[in-house]
Design a protein around this ligand. Structure first.
Ligand SMILES: [Zn+2]
Length: 352
């Protein structure tokens, strides 16, 4: 449930003070429970559960509702055999794009221009004529507009930081429809923003381009077809490009490559290296596991192969005191007077 903005003007309202305290209290609870449009179900079960801490009778609830209706704090209406209330002068910021409750009949919105504008907009959204600027709808519309405009600013052709620009500004009643939105880059968007003359220039650019391309005369389906065609062409291009192949389980480098490897890296066991190479690339999933030339890949592998650590028969220099002293002597470093063996070893490690 979104937060409600309750204005202190209510404390200066004669309507508000003219009803009983119990009615005022229920009214307050209704303000908190109504949807963004000011509509709320007034089924006794719902009101009793949410507005009271005792269990008032149907009659008592009906009396309070009538009290509020009499001073125009609420306006009751029926829809599909359920009863609802519309709260005039509700003036909340819309957070939902959809009504929670059925729309009140138009005569109920009399004298409440804010509510009327919101419901009109809602009706347009339902008919697909306009969209709200929250949720994914604006994003989706923008993407459709960018695609139509070739992902380019219509003014300067830049492809960076694209914005959806209202040709007729929203402040002048311009709607968020594909027809009224065009693609501008950030700079051009800032340039045109809140400037009637510049907006007009953008409008002229759009009209010029539209008359050239005559987008309106191309049915939407056809636009999709051309998009599909473009994708197909791209696929065909990709097919013409040389494509890699996966390594086969019985792969072995050419004899010349084997010979090259044995010359290049006499320290490696070539047969073992081939086996490691095969295991590695056979296990590699997807596109990464395909190569254009496996002999070349193998050569790179051999070049980068790490030298096998030679297992020494002699114990490591840090494992015994005598080995450490011998190692230190070979480096020309001797223990200092009073130096512990561990400190001496640390010093040797630092130069190793
Ligand atoms: Zn631009």
């Amino acid at each position: 449930m979104p937060n409600r903005l309750i204005r202190d003007g209510i404390l200066d309202s004669d309507r508000y003070w003219s009803v009983s305290m119990e009615a005022r209290q229920m009214y307050f609870h209704m303000l908190l429970l109504a949807d963004d449009y000011g509509c709320i179900s007034v089924s006794p079960v719902f009101l009793r559960r949410r507005c009271f801490n005792d269990s008032p009778s149907h009659e008592r609830i009906a009396k309070l509702l009538n009290e509020l209706q009499d001073v125009d704090l609420i306006r009751l209406y029926d829809q599909d055999r359920s009863c609802y209330a519309f709260i005039p002068r509700f003036r909340q910021k819309l957070q939902r794009a959809t009504l929670k409750h059925p729309c009140p009949p138009p005569n109920l919105l009399e004298g409440d221009d804010d509510a009327r504008a919101k419901f009109d907009k809602q009706r347009k959204v339902e008919k697909g004529e306009d969209i709200f600027h929250f949720g994914g709808q604006w994003e989706a519309l923008k993407q459709a507009v960018f695609a139509r405009d070739g992902h380019k600013c219509v003014r300067c052709g830049s492809q960076e930081n694209l914005h959806g620009h209202h040709i007729v500004p929203k402040s002048k009643g311009g709607e968020s429809t594909e027809k009224n939105v065009t693609t501008l880059c950030e700079q051009c968007n800032v340039w045109a923003r809140n400037n009637d003359e510049r907006c007009l220039q953008i409008k002229q650019i759009v009209e010029k381009t539209a008359s050239g391309k005559n987008m309106d005369s191309i049915p939407v389906d056809a636009r999709h077809i051309s998009e599909e065609k473009r994708r197909e062409e791209k696929r065909r291009e990709e097919n013409l490009m040389p494509r890699g192949a996966r390594l086969t389980a019985d792969w072995s480098p050419e004899e010349s490559v084997k010979f090259w490897a044995s010359q290049k890296r006499p320290d490696l066991n070539i047969e073992e290296t081939i086996e490691e190479f095969r295991d590695y690339w056979l296990a590699k999933p997807g596109k990464d596991g395909t190569k254009l030339d496996w002999n070349l890949t193998f050569k790179t592998w051999v070049r980068n192969a790490r030298a096998k650590a030679t297992v020494s028969a002699t114990p490591q220099w840090w494992t015994s005191e005598s080995a450490t002293l011998a190692y230190g002597a070979s480096k020309g470093m001797h223990p200092r007077p009073g130096e512990e063996m561990s400190q001496y070893r640390d010093r040797l490690r630092r130069v190793a």
